[in-house]
Design a protein around this ligand. Structure first.
Ligand code: TYM
Length: 373
Protein backbone atom coordinates (compact mmCIF):
# COMPACT_ATOMS: atom_id res chain seq x y z
CA UNK A 1 0.00 0.00 0.00
CA UNK A 2 1.48 3.40 -0.89
CA UNK A 3 2.80 5.14 2.22
CA UNK A 4 0.65 8.19 1.58
CA UNK A 5 -2.39 6.34 2.90
CA UNK A 6 -0.72 5.68 6.23
CA UNK A 7 -1.10 9.30 7.17
CA UNK A 8 -4.84 9.43 6.51
CA UNK A 9 -6.98 9.45 9.62
CA UNK A 10 -8.58 6.05 9.79
CA UNK A 11 -12.29 5.83 9.13
CA UNK A 12 -14.18 3.74 11.61
CA UNK A 13 -17.87 3.08 11.74
CA UNK A 14 -17.96 5.12 14.94
CA UNK A 15 -16.16 8.07 13.34
CA UNK A 16 -17.76 11.40 14.29
CA UNK A 17 -19.30 13.39 11.43
CA UNK A 18 -16.91 16.30 11.95
CA UNK A 19 -13.20 15.85 12.34
CA UNK A 20 -10.14 17.91 11.70
CA UNK A 21 -9.45 18.46 8.00
CA UNK A 22 -7.84 15.42 6.41
CA UNK A 23 -6.02 17.19 3.55
CA UNK A 24 -4.78 14.05 1.87
CA UNK A 25 -8.30 12.79 1.51
CA UNK A 26 -9.28 15.72 -0.66
CA UNK A 27 -6.74 14.79 -3.27
CA UNK A 28 -7.12 11.07 -2.95
CA UNK A 29 -7.25 9.65 -6.47
CA UNK A 30 -10.10 7.30 -5.64
CA UNK A 31 -12.25 10.22 -4.66
CA UNK A 32 -11.91 11.85 -8.03
CA UNK A 33 -13.70 9.00 -9.74
CA UNK A 34 -15.77 7.76 -6.86
CA UNK A 35 -18.81 9.96 -7.08
CA UNK A 36 -17.49 13.25 -5.75
CA UNK A 37 -14.86 14.59 -3.45
CA UNK A 38 -15.16 15.15 0.25
CA UNK A 39 -16.98 18.37 0.80
CA UNK A 40 -15.84 21.15 3.02
CA UNK A 41 -18.82 22.29 5.03
CA UNK A 42 -19.41 25.29 7.17
CA UNK A 43 -21.51 24.35 10.15
CA UNK A 44 -22.19 27.03 12.73
CA UNK A 45 -18.98 28.87 11.92
CA UNK A 46 -16.91 25.75 12.39
CA UNK A 47 -15.13 24.49 9.32
CA UNK A 48 -15.47 20.78 9.25
CA UNK A 49 -14.93 18.00 6.80
CA UNK A 50 -17.46 15.27 6.70
CA UNK A 51 -18.14 12.31 4.55
CA UNK A 52 -21.55 13.22 3.13
CA UNK A 53 -24.31 10.67 3.33
CA UNK A 54 -24.01 9.90 -0.38
CA UNK A 55 -20.28 9.17 -0.09
CA UNK A 56 -20.89 5.48 0.40
CA UNK A 57 -19.19 2.47 -1.03
CA UNK A 58 -20.64 -0.93 -1.87
CA UNK A 59 -19.17 -3.87 -3.69
CA UNK A 60 -19.22 -7.65 -3.70
CA UNK A 61 -17.73 -10.83 -5.09
CA UNK A 62 -19.47 -14.07 -6.07
CA UNK A 63 -18.38 -17.13 -4.10
CA UNK A 64 -18.15 -19.12 -7.32
CA UNK A 65 -14.66 -20.35 -6.72
CA UNK A 66 -11.50 -19.30 -4.90
CA UNK A 67 -10.54 -15.67 -5.37
CA UNK A 68 -7.72 -14.83 -7.76
CA UNK A 69 -5.33 -11.91 -8.17
CA UNK A 70 -7.70 -10.34 -10.75
CA UNK A 71 -10.35 -10.08 -8.02
CA UNK A 72 -7.70 -8.69 -5.69
CA UNK A 73 -6.27 -6.06 -8.03
CA UNK A 74 -9.60 -5.08 -9.62
CA UNK A 75 -11.64 -5.01 -6.43
CA UNK A 76 -10.33 -5.97 -2.97
CA UNK A 77 -7.16 -3.87 -3.06
CA UNK A 78 -9.28 -0.75 -3.58
CA UNK A 79 -11.73 -1.82 -0.88
CA UNK A 80 -8.94 -2.01 1.67
CA UNK A 81 -8.10 1.63 0.98
CA UNK A 82 -11.69 2.80 0.69
CA UNK A 83 -12.76 1.33 4.02
CA UNK A 84 -10.46 3.94 5.61
CA UNK A 85 -12.11 6.78 3.74
CA UNK A 86 -15.83 6.17 3.45
CA UNK A 87 -18.77 4.31 4.89
CA UNK A 88 -18.28 0.98 3.17
CA UNK A 89 -20.35 -2.15 2.65
CA UNK A 90 -18.71 -5.28 1.25
CA UNK A 91 -20.75 -8.38 0.65
CA UNK A 92 -20.43 -11.94 -0.53
CA UNK A 93 -22.74 -12.12 -3.55
CA UNK A 94 -24.12 -15.62 -3.01
CA UNK A 95 -27.42 -14.90 -4.81
CA UNK A 96 -25.52 -13.90 -7.94
CA UNK A 97 -23.34 -17.02 -7.70
CA UNK A 98 -26.34 -19.37 -7.99
CA UNK A 99 -27.30 -18.02 -11.43
CA UNK A 100 -24.66 -20.36 -12.89
CA UNK A 101 -24.20 -24.07 -12.03
CA UNK A 102 -23.01 -24.66 -8.45
CA UNK A 103 -22.90 -27.41 -5.84
CA UNK A 104 -25.25 -26.86 -2.85
CA UNK A 105 -23.19 -29.29 -0.78
CA UNK A 106 -19.96 -27.28 -1.02
CA UNK A 107 -21.55 -23.83 -1.34
CA UNK A 108 -21.55 -22.91 2.40
CA UNK A 109 -17.79 -23.54 2.47
CA UNK A 110 -17.33 -21.41 -0.66
CA UNK A 111 -19.12 -18.51 1.07
CA UNK A 112 -16.94 -18.98 4.14
CA UNK A 113 -13.81 -19.06 1.99
CA UNK A 114 -14.61 -15.66 0.50
CA UNK A 115 -15.27 -14.24 3.98
CA UNK A 116 -11.89 -15.57 5.11
CA UNK A 117 -10.22 -14.08 2.05
CA UNK A 118 -11.81 -10.70 2.80
CA UNK A 119 -10.53 -10.67 6.37
CA UNK A 120 -7.11 -12.10 5.59
CA UNK A 121 -6.63 -9.53 2.80
CA UNK A 122 -7.22 -6.68 5.25
CA UNK A 123 -10.92 -5.85 5.33
CA UNK A 124 -11.76 -4.80 8.83
CA UNK A 125 -15.20 -5.19 10.37
CA UNK A 126 -14.53 -2.18 12.60
CA UNK A 127 -14.28 -0.02 9.51
CA UNK A 128 -16.58 -1.67 6.97
CA UNK A 129 -19.80 -3.65 7.11
CA UNK A 130 -19.15 -7.20 5.91
CA UNK A 131 -22.08 -9.47 5.15
CA UNK A 132 -23.60 -12.19 3.01
CA UNK A 133 -26.05 -10.91 0.39
CA UNK A 134 -28.79 -13.51 0.98
CA UNK A 135 -28.88 -12.65 4.69
CA UNK A 136 -30.45 -9.32 3.72
CA UNK A 137 -33.72 -10.33 2.00
CA UNK A 138 -34.51 -6.66 1.35
CA UNK A 139 -32.10 -6.76 -1.62
CA UNK A 140 -34.34 -9.23 -3.43
CA UNK A 141 -37.51 -7.31 -2.67
CA UNK A 142 -35.98 -4.10 -3.96
CA UNK A 143 -34.76 -5.95 -7.07
CA UNK A 144 -38.35 -6.99 -7.81
CA UNK A 145 -39.56 -3.42 -7.42
CA UNK A 146 -36.75 -2.24 -9.74
CA UNK A 147 -37.64 -4.94 -12.27
CA UNK A 148 -40.92 -3.12 -12.87
CA UNK A 149 -39.04 -0.09 -14.20
CA UNK A 150 -36.15 -1.84 -15.99
CA UNK A 151 -36.49 -2.21 -19.78
CA UNK A 152 -35.83 -5.82 -20.87
CA UNK A 153 -33.92 -4.41 -23.86
CA UNK A 154 -31.29 -3.00 -21.51
CA UNK A 155 -30.82 -6.40 -19.87
CA UNK A 156 -30.59 -8.22 -23.19
CA UNK A 157 -27.65 -6.13 -24.30
CA UNK A 158 -25.50 -6.73 -21.20
CA UNK A 159 -22.20 -8.29 -22.29
CA UNK A 160 -22.11 -10.74 -19.39
CA UNK A 161 -25.59 -12.03 -20.25
CA UNK A 162 -24.61 -12.38 -23.90
CA UNK A 163 -21.54 -14.40 -22.92
CA UNK A 164 -23.13 -16.61 -20.30
CA UNK A 165 -26.79 -16.91 -21.17
CA UNK A 166 -28.15 -15.56 -24.43
CA UNK A 167 -29.33 -18.27 -26.81
CA UNK A 168 -28.32 -21.08 -24.43
CA UNK A 169 -30.94 -23.55 -23.24
CA UNK A 170 -29.37 -23.30 -19.77
CA UNK A 171 -30.04 -19.54 -19.65
CA UNK A 172 -32.23 -18.71 -16.68
CA UNK A 173 -34.19 -15.62 -15.71
CA UNK A 174 -31.76 -14.98 -12.84
CA UNK A 175 -28.92 -14.55 -15.31
CA UNK A 176 -30.93 -12.00 -17.28
CA UNK A 177 -32.13 -10.20 -14.13
CA UNK A 178 -28.61 -10.31 -12.60
CA UNK A 179 -27.90 -6.55 -13.07
CA UNK A 180 -31.26 -5.61 -11.51
CA UNK A 181 -30.27 -7.41 -8.32
CA UNK A 182 -26.89 -5.71 -8.54
CA UNK A 183 -28.63 -2.33 -8.78
CA UNK A 184 -30.63 -3.23 -5.67
CA UNK A 185 -27.42 -4.28 -3.85
CA UNK A 186 -25.91 -0.89 -4.59
CA UNK A 187 -28.88 1.43 -4.24
CA UNK A 188 -30.34 -0.08 -1.07
CA UNK A 189 -27.30 1.43 0.70
CA UNK A 190 -27.52 4.61 -1.42
CA UNK A 191 -23.93 3.93 -2.48
CA UNK A 192 -22.25 6.40 -4.84
CA UNK A 193 -19.00 4.52 -5.33
CA UNK A 194 -18.76 0.95 -6.58
CA UNK A 195 -15.15 -0.30 -6.70
CA UNK A 196 -15.10 -3.04 -9.33
CA UNK A 197 -13.08 -4.41 -12.22
CA UNK A 198 -13.81 -3.28 -15.77
CA UNK A 199 -16.14 -6.18 -16.56
CA UNK A 200 -18.70 -4.89 -14.04
CA UNK A 201 -18.83 -1.30 -15.28
CA UNK A 202 -21.77 -1.93 -17.61
CA UNK A 203 -23.79 -3.27 -14.67
CA UNK A 204 -22.99 -0.22 -12.57
CA UNK A 205 -24.10 1.96 -15.51
CA UNK A 206 -27.43 0.15 -15.46
CA UNK A 207 -27.76 0.86 -11.75
CA UNK A 208 -27.40 4.54 -12.67
CA UNK A 209 -30.16 4.20 -15.25
CA UNK A 210 -32.43 2.52 -12.71
CA UNK A 211 -31.69 5.19 -10.07
CA UNK A 212 -32.48 7.92 -12.60
CA UNK A 213 -35.73 6.27 -13.68
CA UNK A 214 -36.87 5.72 -10.11
CA UNK A 215 -36.07 9.31 -9.13
CA UNK A 216 -37.90 10.67 -12.18
CA UNK A 217 -41.00 8.63 -11.37
CA UNK A 218 -41.12 8.85 -7.58
CA UNK A 219 -38.98 11.82 -6.58
CA UNK A 220 -35.32 12.16 -5.55
CA UNK A 221 -34.41 9.00 -3.65
CA UNK A 222 -31.17 7.52 -4.96
CA UNK A 223 -27.77 8.97 -5.86
CA UNK A 224 -26.41 7.83 -9.22
CA UNK A 225 -23.56 5.44 -8.40
CA UNK A 226 -20.27 5.42 -10.26
CA UNK A 227 -17.80 2.62 -10.84
CA UNK A 228 -14.41 3.15 -9.19
CA UNK A 229 -11.68 1.56 -11.26
CA UNK A 230 -8.09 0.75 -10.33
CA UNK A 231 -4.95 0.29 -12.42
CA UNK A 232 -5.56 -3.45 -12.21
CA UNK A 233 -9.07 -3.15 -13.62
CA UNK A 234 -8.54 -5.91 -16.17
CA UNK A 235 -5.94 -8.57 -15.38
CA UNK A 236 -5.64 -11.13 -18.13
CA UNK A 237 -5.34 -14.90 -17.96
CA UNK A 238 -1.75 -16.13 -17.85
CA UNK A 239 -2.44 -18.96 -20.27
CA UNK A 240 -4.87 -17.12 -22.57
CA UNK A 241 -3.85 -13.48 -22.28
CA UNK A 242 -6.54 -12.24 -24.66
CA UNK A 243 -9.16 -13.29 -22.08
CA UNK A 244 -9.53 -11.84 -18.61
CA UNK A 245 -8.36 -13.88 -15.66
CA UNK A 246 -11.45 -15.59 -14.28
CA UNK A 247 -12.47 -18.00 -11.55
CA UNK A 248 -12.79 -20.86 -14.06
CA UNK A 249 -9.44 -20.04 -15.64
CA UNK A 250 -6.52 -22.43 -15.25
CA UNK A 251 -4.26 -19.40 -15.79
CA UNK A 252 -5.45 -17.72 -12.59
CA UNK A 253 -3.41 -17.31 -9.41
CA UNK A 254 -5.42 -17.81 -6.25
CA UNK A 255 -4.74 -15.55 -3.29
CA UNK A 256 -3.66 -18.44 -1.09
CA UNK A 257 -1.63 -20.34 -3.67
CA UNK A 258 1.69 -21.46 -2.22
CA UNK A 259 4.91 -19.88 -3.58
CA UNK A 260 5.60 -23.14 -5.45
CA UNK A 261 2.19 -23.13 -7.15
CA UNK A 262 2.53 -19.43 -7.99
CA UNK A 263 5.91 -20.08 -9.56
CA UNK A 264 4.57 -23.00 -11.61
CA UNK A 265 1.66 -20.93 -12.91
CA UNK A 266 3.68 -17.82 -13.72
CA UNK A 267 6.42 -19.78 -15.47
CA UNK A 268 3.75 -21.22 -17.77
CA UNK A 269 2.51 -17.74 -18.73
CA UNK A 270 2.17 -17.24 -22.46
CA UNK A 271 4.46 -14.53 -23.83
CA UNK A 272 4.25 -15.31 -27.55
CA UNK A 273 7.23 -14.97 -29.80
CA UNK A 274 7.59 -11.23 -30.04
CA UNK A 275 7.67 -8.66 -27.31
CA UNK A 276 6.50 -5.08 -27.37
CA UNK A 277 3.28 -3.20 -27.05
CA UNK A 278 1.14 -5.47 -29.16
CA UNK A 279 1.82 -8.63 -27.16
CA UNK A 280 -1.01 -9.16 -24.65
CA UNK A 281 0.86 -11.82 -22.65
CA UNK A 282 3.89 -9.58 -22.14
CA UNK A 283 1.72 -6.55 -21.40
CA UNK A 284 -0.10 -8.56 -18.75
CA UNK A 285 3.18 -9.65 -17.14
CA UNK A 286 4.32 -6.03 -17.01
CA UNK A 287 0.99 -5.05 -15.46
CA UNK A 288 1.61 -7.65 -12.73
CA UNK A 289 5.21 -6.51 -12.30
CA UNK A 290 3.99 -2.95 -11.79
CA UNK A 291 1.49 -4.07 -9.14
CA UNK A 292 3.70 -6.40 -7.16
CA UNK A 293 7.31 -5.26 -7.63
CA UNK A 294 9.12 -2.05 -6.75
CA UNK A 295 9.61 0.83 -9.18
CA UNK A 296 13.34 0.14 -9.75
CA UNK A 297 12.74 -3.47 -10.68
CA UNK A 298 9.91 -2.43 -12.99
CA UNK A 299 12.14 0.11 -14.74
CA UNK A 300 14.99 -2.40 -15.14
CA UNK A 301 12.76 -4.95 -16.86
CA UNK A 302 11.09 -2.23 -18.92
CA UNK A 303 14.53 -1.08 -20.18
CA UNK A 304 15.45 -4.66 -21.01
CA UNK A 305 12.16 -5.04 -22.90
CA UNK A 306 12.76 -1.83 -24.84
CA UNK A 307 16.30 -2.84 -25.79
CA UNK A 308 15.19 -6.41 -26.59
CA UNK A 309 17.64 -7.83 -24.04
CA UNK A 310 14.94 -9.18 -21.80
CA UNK A 311 14.76 -12.82 -20.73
CA UNK A 312 11.12 -13.65 -20.09
CA UNK A 313 12.10 -16.52 -17.76
CA UNK A 314 13.79 -13.94 -15.49
CA UNK A 315 10.80 -11.62 -15.71
CA UNK A 316 8.48 -14.48 -14.73
CA UNK A 317 10.72 -15.59 -11.83
CA UNK A 318 10.75 -12.03 -10.50
CA UNK A 319 6.94 -11.72 -10.73
CA UNK A 320 6.37 -15.12 -9.09
CA UNK A 321 8.69 -14.22 -6.24
CA UNK A 322 7.06 -10.82 -5.69
CA UNK A 323 3.49 -12.17 -5.81
CA UNK A 324 4.43 -14.92 -3.34
CA UNK A 325 5.98 -12.32 -1.02
CA UNK A 326 3.01 -9.96 -1.33
CA UNK A 327 0.60 -12.64 -0.12
CA UNK A 328 2.86 -14.10 2.57
CA UNK A 329 1.05 -12.43 5.48
CA UNK A 330 -2.27 -13.12 3.76
CA UNK A 331 -1.52 -16.86 3.81
CA UNK A 332 -0.53 -16.81 7.48
CA UNK A 333 -3.51 -14.76 8.56
CA UNK A 334 -5.92 -16.84 6.50
CA UNK A 335 -4.66 -20.06 8.08
CA UNK A 336 -5.13 -18.52 11.55
CA UNK A 337 -8.64 -17.28 10.76
CA UNK A 338 -9.69 -20.58 9.20
CA UNK A 339 -9.38 -22.16 12.63
CA UNK A 340 -11.65 -19.60 14.26
CA UNK A 341 -15.16 -20.29 13.04
CA UNK A 342 -16.76 -18.41 15.88
CA UNK A 343 -14.99 -15.17 15.06
CA UNK A 344 -16.08 -15.40 11.42
CA UNK A 345 -19.68 -16.02 12.43
CA UNK A 346 -19.60 -13.04 14.78
CA UNK A 347 -18.20 -10.73 12.12
CA UNK A 348 -20.86 -11.74 9.61
CA UNK A 349 -23.70 -11.59 12.09
CA UNK A 350 -22.64 -8.08 13.18
CA UNK A 351 -22.48 -7.13 9.49
CA UNK A 352 -25.95 -8.52 8.86
CA UNK A 353 -27.41 -6.42 11.66
CA UNK A 354 -25.75 -3.24 10.39
CA UNK A 355 -26.59 -3.81 6.74
CA UNK A 356 -30.15 -4.82 7.47
CA UNK A 357 -30.94 -1.72 9.48
CA UNK A 358 -29.89 0.48 6.52
CA UNK A 359 -31.57 -1.76 3.92
CA UNK A 360 -34.89 -1.86 5.79
CA UNK A 361 -35.06 1.93 5.91
CA UNK A 362 -34.44 2.34 2.19
CA UNK A 363 -36.95 -0.35 1.29
CA UNK A 364 -39.61 1.26 3.44
CA UNK A 365 -38.97 4.62 1.78
CA UNK A 366 -39.24 3.02 -1.68
CA UNK A 367 -42.44 1.14 -0.84
CA UNK A 368 -44.04 4.30 0.50
CA UNK A 369 -43.11 6.22 -2.65
CA UNK A 370 -44.45 3.41 -4.83
CA UNK A 371 -47.76 3.39 -2.97
CA UNK A 372 -47.28 -0.07 -1.48
CA UNK A 373 -47.52 0.97 2.17
P1 TYM B 1 -17.16 -11.26 -9.68
O1 TYM B 1 -17.34 -12.18 -8.54
O2 TYM B 1 -17.18 -11.84 -11.05
O3 TYM B 1 -15.80 -10.48 -9.54
C1 TYM B 1 -15.50 -9.78 -8.35
C2 TYM B 1 -14.71 -8.53 -8.63
O4 TYM B 1 -13.47 -8.84 -9.25
C3 TYM B 1 -13.33 -8.10 -10.47
N1 TYM B 1 -12.58 -8.92 -11.43
C4 TYM B 1 -11.47 -8.51 -12.04
N2 TYM B 1 -10.77 -7.36 -11.98
C5 TYM B 1 -9.65 -7.27 -12.73
N3 TYM B 1 -9.21 -8.27 -13.55
C6 TYM B 1 -9.88 -9.44 -13.63
N4 TYM B 1 -9.43 -10.41 -14.40
C7 TYM B 1 -11.07 -9.59 -12.86
N5 TYM B 1 -11.95 -10.61 -12.70
C8 TYM B 1 -12.88 -10.17 -11.82
C9 TYM B 1 -14.76 -7.87 -10.93
O5 TYM B 1 -14.87 -6.80 -11.84
C10 TYM B 1 -15.45 -7.60 -9.62
O6 TYM B 1 -15.28 -6.27 -9.21
N6 TYM B 1 -21.58 -9.11 -10.19
C11 TYM B 1 -20.37 -9.07 -9.43
C12 TYM B 1 -20.64 -9.20 -7.92
C13 TYM B 1 -21.64 -8.23 -7.41
C14 TYM B 1 -21.44 -6.85 -7.22
C15 TYM B 1 -22.69 -6.34 -6.73
C16 TYM B 1 -20.36 -5.99 -7.45
C17 TYM B 1 -22.93 -8.52 -7.02
N7 TYM B 1 -23.55 -7.39 -6.62
C18 TYM B 1 -22.85 -4.97 -6.47
C19 TYM B 1 -20.54 -4.62 -7.17
C20 TYM B 1 -21.78 -4.14 -6.68
C21 TYM B 1 -19.48 -10.21 -9.87
O7 TYM B 1 -19.93 -11.19 -10.37
O8 TYM B 1 -18.19 -10.04 -9.59
Amino acid sequence: MPTVYNTIPRFTKQRPRCSSPPPLLRNHPLHNCGGGVLRKQDRGGEKCYSIPMEERILSGIRPSSRLHIGNYLGAIKQWIELQNLSRSFFMIADLHAITTPYDPATFPQAVKDVALDYLAAGLDHHKATLFVQSHIPEHVELAWLFSTITPVGELNRMTQYKEKGEGKTSANLGLLAYPVLMAADILIYKATGVPVGEDQVQHVELARVIARKFNAKHGATFPEPKAILSHGKRIMSLTEPTKKMSKSDGGGIQLDDSPEVIKKKVMKAVTGTKGGDGNPGVMNLFALLKEFSDATTYRQFMNAEETSTIKYSELKSQIAEDIARHFESFRTRRAELAGNNRYLEEVLSEGTKEARSVAKKTLEEVKKKMGLI
